[in-house]
Design a protein around this ligand. Structure first.
Ligand SMILES: CC(C)(COP(=O)(O)OP(=O)(O)OC[C@H]1O[C@@H](n2cnc3c(N)ncnc32)[C@H](O)[C@@H]1OP(=O)(O)O)[C@@H](O)C(=O)NCCC(=O)NCCS
Length: 296
């Protein structure tokens, strides 16, 4: 029998499909509320991305069962939060409450349960939506905010430079990737690399002057990029744009990563702001680094 008043309990694998739809609807609701003049009509997360979402959440339930929580009421799932701990860093992956149940304290209770998973961590990171409720909840938990930029549009292929010293990556590169992560974002991705290599294409650059890598989704869009210096990061982003679709988006670019803005503008992409990188115990946004929205 379902409980009479909402309770917060650990997430189970059979919750994942419901959580995916709940999050898709909650984010569609935010996109509609935050719609600016000239923006296209927002759409529900497409099936291709829903599959990635479920597979990633199942992965987190395996690696971080103590970081994934559900709020449940008489009608079923009302909200959830998923989080992960990698070395010294706690990361909030996804967090959503059904629109009709928002503003009643469920979000704060869920975030508290997820933060407890990271109680031994010095650092915290998450990619916040523009939802004022989300921003308010993270501020109360001690996070500071760094605006994120998105570069999007049609790449001008005539300006793409010849990119050399970039190769396909493989599982054998994982130790290198973890080292680059520690330098760029302060913590390795560890087990997330295996999931990312299953889901996406990996490209790597490793020379005597610098190392870096990038993951590209099935459609060729940049998912995550890390490097030991700006020159290598710039090379990786050009490589990603060269191999990517005609129309693309590079999301989650912070002001600390001006090199990415320079590449995007040179490729004639348009720049806009979208959400925040929220940090706790981290003095400045990772760089050279383009974070992933959930695995950060
Ligand atoms: C963000 C989210 C998970 C928070 O859950 P919630 O149950 O609404 O959160 P709570 O009720 O615990 O707290 C919300 C806070 O925002 C405040 N709030 C409510 N409506 C608000 C509004 N329109 N503008 C600003 N603040 C608002 C509440 O008063 C509360 O702050 P307080 O505790 O200081 O009073 C939920 O709103 C949501 O799913 N949003 C859409 C998806 C999303 O953006 N997720 C976050 C991804 S980073």
């Amino acid at each position: 029998m379902s409980p009479a008043s909402p309770m917060v309990r650990p997430m189970r694998p059979d919750d994942v499909a419901t959580a995916e739809r709940l999050s898709a609807e909650a984010f569609l609701d935010v996109d509609r509320r935050m719609l600016r003049a000239g923006d296209p009509e927002p759409a529900l997360r497409p099936a291709t991305r829903a599959g990635d979402w479920r597979s990633r959440t199942e992965h987190l339930l395996r690696t971080d069962p103590g970081g994934c929580w559900v709020a449940e009421g008489e009608t079923g799932m009302l909200g959830f939060a998923t989080s992960l701990v990698r070395e010294t860093t706690w990361v909030l992956a996804t967090f959503a409450v059904r629109p009709e149940h928002q503003g009643q304290g469920l979000g704060r209770a869920l975030l508290g349960a997820a933060l407890h998973h990271g109680r031994g961590c010095l650092h915290g990171m998450l990619a916040a939506s523009d939802d004022p409720r989300a921003v308010r909840t993270y501020a109360a938990a001690g996070f500071s905010f760094h605006p994120q930029m998105t570069l999007e549009g049609t790449v001008d292929r005539s300006v793409i430079p010849v990119v050399s010293k970039v190769r396909e990556g493989s599982a054998g590169d994982t130790e290198l990737l973890d080292s680059v992560d520690r330098r760029a974002r302060g913590a390795a991705h560890g087990p997330d690399h295996a999931w990312m290599q299953d889901a996406w294409r990996l490209i790597v650059s490793d020379t005597s002057t610098g190392s870096g890598y990038a993951y590209l989704s099935g459609g060729g869009r940049l998912e995550l990029l890390a490097a030991t210096n700006r020159r290598t990061a710039t090379r990786m982003l050009w490589a990603a744009l060269a191999d990517g679709p005609a129309t693309t988006a590079v999301r989650h670019v912070t002001a600390a990563n001006a090199w990415a803005v320079e590449v995007g503008l040179a490729a004639r992409l348009a720049l806009r702001t979208e959400g925040y990188l929220a940090l706790r115990g981290v003095p400045r946004p990772p760089a050279p680094y383009v974070h992933h929205g959930a695995l950060l």
